[in-house]
Ligand binder design. Structure first.
Ligand SMILES: NC(=O)CC(=O)O
Length: 413
């Protein structure tokens, strides 16, 4: 994979020009994307900026985010050829940091659940996951060093786990969703994919102008709360192995790890998340659902059909549960700096019938807390499995530093 940190070092040292760094990605896309299908479109007419921490960094943008230079088609024929007038806020933040937008990456329709044709670079007989399918696959295949995705349920962390790349779903609203097609205004969160934790941190720090998000020179040893999320059902063998291996690795590296049993309010919030998600989707996608019903992707259409009778009272109750769970979560972090849990049930599902299950992600998206995927092992059929590190709301720097600790412990195990 292409490392943001390595490119920055070589560009700063004058060993590599920003334009040549971009050219490397263009060559990799030309060589690989016919087989992977990570991009909806990309451009060769891209000049590197000469300034900014992300100069020479080619970035893929999930195709639910508005771009002035590329169509934004939402993964749906309803928006075929749609040309926004302006860039989404996060696209401008990348450009203002010197990044070069090299193309639009595939997304499930409206970032929901209908699989894209994109293949998992580790085993083309499997999905890369979703809904940020192309972003995870493009980074995993070594085509680009950085990509943006979105998460409403599990669409950053799950594909990152399936593709063996680092990723962050930051704290809710750390990154603006202005110019990002809305599915759920309570849940939608923009996230980043990159080769390693340091690379993710560098990308997020640069685009937000927050140097505090860069990894510290000395990574502190975190107190870790180990969480199984029993209410979400049992993991697959490979998911269980990933969590076990990561836990043993961090204990061997000196971290204090204790198993935490989450109070009932978290199981209730986990069950409430789909009510919030689908009630809001019926408002966010009301025009498409009514005016283009026949053109809607089948799994999304069926999901909306099944949730059309959700009442405002049920929605209000679900929001109330979420608020109580967020308050309870503050107490959970009294016993640990970060939580360590599953990123996905196991390896990527076979075939392209499903992008996988968000059951280990959706609670944390509703909580709005920072989640970081750390690749943990390569299991059966050469497929990766990750674990996720979760910190309290607003503690994105702590989540990244602890994820780096986990990444380093796994590398030394
Ligand atoms: N957008 C989403 O997060 C949906 C998913 O988890 O597949």
């Amino acid at each position: 994979m292409i490392s943001v940190a390595d490119l920055q070092r070589r560009i700063d040292a004058g060993e590599l020009s920003p334009d040549n760094a971009i050219a490397q990605s263009l060559e990799a896309i030309t060589a690989q994307d016919k087989a992977i299908g990570a991009f909806v479109c990309c451009t060769e007419n891209v000049r590197a900026a000469n300034a900014g921490p992300l100069r020479g960094i080619a970035v893929g943008i999930k195709d639910v985010m508005d771009t002035a230079e590329f169509p934004t088609e939402m993964g749906s024929p309803i928006y075929r050829g749609y040309r926004p007038r302006a860039d989404a806020a996060v696209v401008m933040m990348l450009k203002q940091a010197g990044a070069s937008i090299i193309g639009k990456t595939t997304t499930t329709a409206f970032a929901s659940m209908d699989p894209t044709p994109t293949l998992n670079p580790h085993n083309k007989g499997h999905t890369p996951g979703g809904s940020s399918s192309g972003s995870a696959a493009a980074v995993a295949a070594g085509m680009i060093p950085l990509a943006l995705g979105t998460q409403t349920g599990g669409s950053v962390i799950r594909p990152a786990s399936f593709c063996g790349v680092a990723a962050i779903k930051p704290s809710y609203r750390l990154l603006p969703t202005v110019g990002v097609k809305c599915y759920s205004w309570t849940l939608d969160t923009v996230g980043l994919f990159a080769a390693g934790i340091d690379d993710v941190a560098r990308g997020l720090s640069a685009m937000t102008g927050r140097p505090e998000l860069l990894l510290p020179h000395t990574i502190p040893t975190p107190r870790i709360g180990f969480v199984l999320q029993d209410f979400a059902g049992a993991p697959e063998t490979s998911g269980q192995a990933a969590l076990r291996i990561a836990t043993r690795a961090v204990e061997k590296a000196g971290a204090y790890v204790r198993a935490l049993n989450l109070p009932q309010i978290f199981a209730d919030a986990w069950a409430a998340q789909p009510i919030v998600q689908e009630f809001e989707a019926h408002r966010a996608l009301a025009w498409e659902y009514r005016e283009h019903y026949a053109e809607m992707a089948p799994l999304l259409r069926a999901k909306l059909d099944g949730s059309r009778d959700t009442t405002p009272a049920a929605y209000d109750a679900a929001i109330g549960i979420a608020n109580r769970a967020r308050q309870a979560l503050e107490k959970v972090f009294d016993d640990g700096d970060v939580l360590l849990t599953l990123s996905a049930p196991g390896v990527a599902p076979k075939g392209l019938g499903s992008t996988g299950d968000a059951r280990y992600n959706r609670l944390w998206t509703l909580m709005g807390v920072p989640c970081v995927n750390v690749p943990a092992l390569v299991a059966e059929v050469n497929l990766p499995v990750g674990v996720q590190v979760i910190a309290r709301y607003g503690a994105d720097a702590q989540a990244l530093a602890a994820a780096r600790f986990v990444e380093g412990a796994l590398a030394r195990r």
